[in-house]
Design a protein around this ligand. Structure first.
Ligand code: SF4
Ligand code: SF4
Ligand code: FES
Length: 242
């Protein structure tokens, strides 16, 4: 049974208010057993600050809405326990690289929609499908590889943890590279390496990646970003020399 009083320091700022200035507001609260940052934020909003903004939907690490910077690292608030912070002082800030809505809430949806359009993140079918053919089977191992990359919950943790993306807004970011890899390995997609080279064969694409792999470290779904970025780089280097 926890007896600690913890301190949550949350960044508060409303970009739509002329009088609002970014500042950290401190809240003290009793730590509960198995308390997540998400629960702590709800307690704060219910008992201390009804104006505090943050996002959540599923509370179970599925929707990707609650990502934020927790003591400087991008994480899901609903999957992060307060007890893991020994000092009892936890600083929260919105994810960088996304448009700030207010306080800890950012608009990841606009970025992911733009990225999807940029990489044409949908199947480019090889031929018109006949409704008489119900299935277009592929090897189970290939299907597994595609589904593995489809597990991305679009939380934005890898994007916020990518120094290249934070410094260079046009960089496609690890989530974008993951999306390209997903369609590149899918045999239902007719695009060739040359087509994908047009999308990511430059410094805003795979060649801008510095390979330090913060993205994989921060991905809460443990997607294999490291191996997939290496795969894309190999493919795109070969394409460059064709
Ligand atoms: S490995 Fe590449 S994509 Fe991943 S965080 Fe580093 S620069 Fe970004
Ligand atoms: S790849 Fe991982 S960290 Fe990046 S958006 Fe998807 S789930 Fe989140
Ligand atoms: S609330 Fe859905 S992932 Fe945290």
């Amino acid at each position: 049974m926890s007896e600690r009083i913890i301190t949550i320091r949350a960044l508060k700022y409303d970009p739509l208010s002329a009088v609002s200035k970014p500042h950290f507001k401190e809240y003290k609260l009793k730590e509960l057993d198995s308390m997540t940052i998400f629960i702590a934020l709800n307690v704060i909003r219910e008992t201390q600050d009804s104006d505090l903004s943050f996002d959540f939907v599923c509370r179970a690490g599925i929707c990707g809405s609650c990502a934020m910077m927790i003591n400087g690292e991008p994480r899901l608030a609903c999957r992060t326990l307060t007890k893991d912070y020994e000092s009892g002082v936890i600083t929260l800030a919105p994810l960088p690289a996304f448009k700030l809505i207010k306080d800890l809430s950012v608009n990841t949806g606009v970025w992911f929609e733009g990225m999807t359009k940029r990489v044409e993140g949908w199947i480019h079918a090889k031929a018109e499908k006949s409704i008489a053919v119900l299935e277009d089977p592929i090897e189970p191992s290939v299907a597994d590889a595609v589904f593995e990359l489809d597990r991305c919950i679009e939380c934005g943790c890898c994007v916020a943890g990518c120094a290249t993306k934070v410094m260079r807004d046009d960089f496609i970011a690890p989530a974008g590279l993951n999306r390209v890899a997903r369609f590149m390995i899918d045999p239902h997609d007719k695009r060739t390496d040359a087509d994908f080279y047009e999308l990511i064969g430059n410094d805003d694409g795979v060649f801008g990646c510095m390979s330090l792999m913060a993205c994989q470290d921060y991905c809460p779904k443990e997607l294999p970003l490291q191996s997939k970025i290496a795969y894309l780089r190999r493919k795109m280097v070969s394409q460059a020399f064709k």
